[in-house]
Every structure is written in C-alpha cells, then in structure tokens.
Design a protein around this ligand. Structure first.
Ligand code: ASP
Ligand code: MG
Length: 407
C-alpha cells in the first residue's frame, strides 16, 4: 500500500473534460490498497480572473476580502473533482483548506501554514475515500479564510504530504520536470532526473517558476520526496529529494534561473547615521514587501551621506511606493529612483562553493555580450546578477551555453 499526495495545477483541471481525464488517470494508476489525497488549484486562469474582477471595483487591496474571493476558485475545482470521482464509482470527498486542518498565520494573501491537523483527512481515507483538498488556502486561528500566495497549491500539497507522512508528493504540471533552464528561453535546456531540496529552493526562489519556494522548503523540512511530472504523459519527471550520489563534475552547476519580475529602487543621499536603513526596511516589512538584493555604498566625495539600492518584486511596487512617499516626506534624502525594467539571472549548483572561477566565468559571458551588471549577490550555492530585463533572455542563453556545453 502506498500513501500518495497528488497535486494538479490549474491547467490540468481547466475544463470538465480535463477533470474527467485526471480522474481516469488517477483511477488507472491507483492500486486497490493505495490511499490517495489530491490537491487541486483553481480551474485554468480563474485566480487571475478573480483578481481582475476585484480590480474593476477598486485599485486598493483588501486583504481579508481578497482571500475570501480568491479561495472560491479552488472550491469550485474540489467540488467538481469529487463529483467526477463519485460519477466514476469511486467514493470521494472534498475539503477546503480549513476543513483539511490547515491553520495559517493572519497574513492575508500571504498566509503561512502554522499547523496542520489532518484527522479528517485520515478518517476519510480510512473510510475508503479519495480525499480532495483545496490548494492555496487555509484558515486563521480566528476562522478567517487565507490564501498562501500565488502558486500556493504546491505548498498545500507538500504540507499535507508531510503531515500524513505520505510516501511521495507528486506535482502534476504542464511541463515534464525541472530543467537546467526555462526551455522556452533555452531550447537545449536538459531535464534533470534528481535535484536536491537546496538546489531546487534556490532555483525556485531565483525564478524557476515550476514550484513555489515555500513548497520546496516544506518538503525539505518534512523530508517528503517531491516528484515533479507531466499531467499529460506517464514519463518519470524530476525527483526533488535529499542528497543524490554526487558526481562532482556533473553536478557542479545545476541550472540557470531567471526572474523577470524585478524592480530596483535607489534611495540617494541618506544621512549616514544609525537607524536609517532600519527605518526604510522595517516600513517595507510592515507593508509585507519582500526585499531581495540590498547594496549600501558610502560616497567618498560627499561625506556623511550614503546611497542604498535594493530590489523587490515588480508586482509589489505599488505597495512599496507608499513607503517611498513617506520616506521622501520624512527623511532628508536627496532623491529616490525607481527602475521597473530589471531582471535577475542566476547560476545555481551545490558543488559551486570552493570552485573559484565560476563567478568570473559568468561575468565574462555577460561582458562578452555587452550586458551591464548592476548588482551582484551570492549564496553558498548560487550567484545572481541584476541586469536590464531586455537583455535577460540573451544572458540566460549565453550563460547556459557556456556552462552546459556538451562534453
Ligand atoms: N490558484 C492559485 C494561483 O493561481 C494557486 C495555485 O495555482 O497554486 O496562484
Ligand atoms: Mg493557478
């Protein structure tokens, strides 16, 4: 007997026919004794459509009501899928995130799973059901509906897999695994058989859109093997798991990621005294704006002032603007510059540390292509460069060609 969590994304359940196809596939692959939990996203582009609907009423964001609205998308798909299983003669029951026992923080639109009490899921499985859980949503301790951030169904699936000690969490999607780069940008990108949580987390954070970073974090924390595979084929995809048998040469560099959703903000002429960075970044944090790269530099020519440049997701720019207005009004800064046409290109690989020359190789490729680097940042297993968005595809292609040349 196996205990399996299967997650189907929006494109896999976009129409009743596709829902029926998922049901048939699940039943065909299911062994009699298997226990199966299915996590689904909203049908097709439903979530985007709900966002647009709200925008037609108001440009402001209303956290709690937005979540009330967005969570309906997943409720439609779980109900339809449960009906489709029942129509096929398979007992099935659907649960919202709250009913499945998911408690989140109070951060609307960005809820974090704090606790998962899956008793109802267990009971329903024991009773012979396939259990269908709404992805992307949970409930606060006070009983308010929250959502987990765009793409959050992955996190729901992995969290449930962890809580019920599933053998594997399968993420069904419209690509057949994790690639060394986005195949739409780099046609010769290769599919990986395995990748570690650490590398996948870095890839996901750095823009490889296949999985929500929090889902990967969750997998690592609960040691749930995650199998990313295609809804439309039976081929094996990519396993995300703990260490693989590492062949150093082969795994020095695992992928080239890109993130096009980047805005750069520069605050010029900040008094160079304690407390100013704290003020800027704590105000951003209060607005729930995630800051990514940060550089502070002291101007030699003009004593007593400093400049801070940082990056955020371009989609969070309007929330950040409120803070920037405030800073401009309150702090004696020279100017604030915003550039919303930036992108980040990153090289990822657990074997990179201790191999000098890799960063230089990457910078050399950018230089050969006449691409200016605005900010560089590194982690133990990645190097990222901020560049103009218009050059990012070219950069990714050139870096990939250099580091993944056929041996
Ligand atoms: N439906 C939500 C979204 O589109 C959650 C998900 O698909 O994972 O972001
Ligand atoms: Mg979706």
């Amino acid at each position: 007997m196996a205990l399996i969590v299967k997650k189907f994304g929006g494109s896999s359940v976009a129409t009743p026919e596709k829902i029926r196809a998922v049901v048939q596939r699940v039943l065909k692959e299911k062994k009699t004794e298997d226990k199966i939990v299915i996590v689904v996203s909203a049908m097709g582009d439903t979530t985007d459509e709900l966002v647009t609907l709200a925008k037609r009423l108001t440009s402001k964001t209303y956290g709690r009501e937005m979540d009330m609205l967005l969570a309906t998308g997943e409720q439609v798909s779980i109900a339809l899928m449960a009906m489709a299983f029942q129509a096929a003669g398979q007992p099935a029951i659907s649960f919202t995130g709250g009913q499945a026992g998911i408690t989140t923080s109070n951060a609307f639109n960005k809820g974090r799973i704090l606790d998962l009490q899956p008793q109802r899921v267990h009971q329903a499985l024991e009773a012979g059901n396939i259990v269908i859980v709404a992805g992307f949503q949970g409930m606060t301790a006070d009983g308010d509906i929250t959502t987990l951030g765009r793409g959050g169904s992955d996190t729901t699936a992995v969290a449930i897999a962890g809580a019920i000690h599933a053998d594997v969490c399968e993420i069904f999607t419209d690509v057949d695994g994790i690639y060394t780069s986005d195949p739409r940008v780099v046609p010769e990108a290769r599919k990986m058989d395995t990748i570690t949580y650490g590398e996948m987390l870095e890839m996901a954070k750095l823009g490889a859109g296949v999985m929500q970073p929090r889902a990967v974090e969750m997998g690592s924390r609960f040691n749930v093997p995650i199998h990313v595979r295609s809804t439309f084929s039976e081929a094996k995809g990519t396993m995300i798991q703990e260490e693989y048998a590492m062949k150093i040469k082969q795994y020095l560099i695992r992928g080239v990621a890109q993130d096009n959703n980047v805005a750069k903000i520069t605050v010029l002429g900040i008094p160079n005294r304690p407390g100013f960075a704290y003020k800027i970044f704590s105000e951003l944090a209060d607005k729930n704006v995630d800051v990514d790269m940060i550089v502070q530099s002291v101007r030699i020519a003009k004593e007593g002032v400093t400049d801070i440049t940082f990056t955020i997701a371009r989609t969070e720019l309007s929330a950040a603007q409120e803070v920037l207005h405030h800073i401009r009004a309150e702090m004696n800064v020279e100017d604030i510059l915003v550039d919303d046409g930036m992108a980040k290109v990153s090289l990822v690989g657990a074997g990179m540390a201790g191999h000098p020359g890799i960063a230089a190789g990457m910078f050399g490729i950018l230089s050969d292509n006449g691409i200016n680097i605005e900010i560089i940042s590194t982690s133990e297993i990645s190097i990222s460069c901020l560049i103009a968005e218009e050059s990012v595809n070219k950069a990714v292609q050139a870096i990939h060609a250099h580091f993944f040349a056929e041996e």
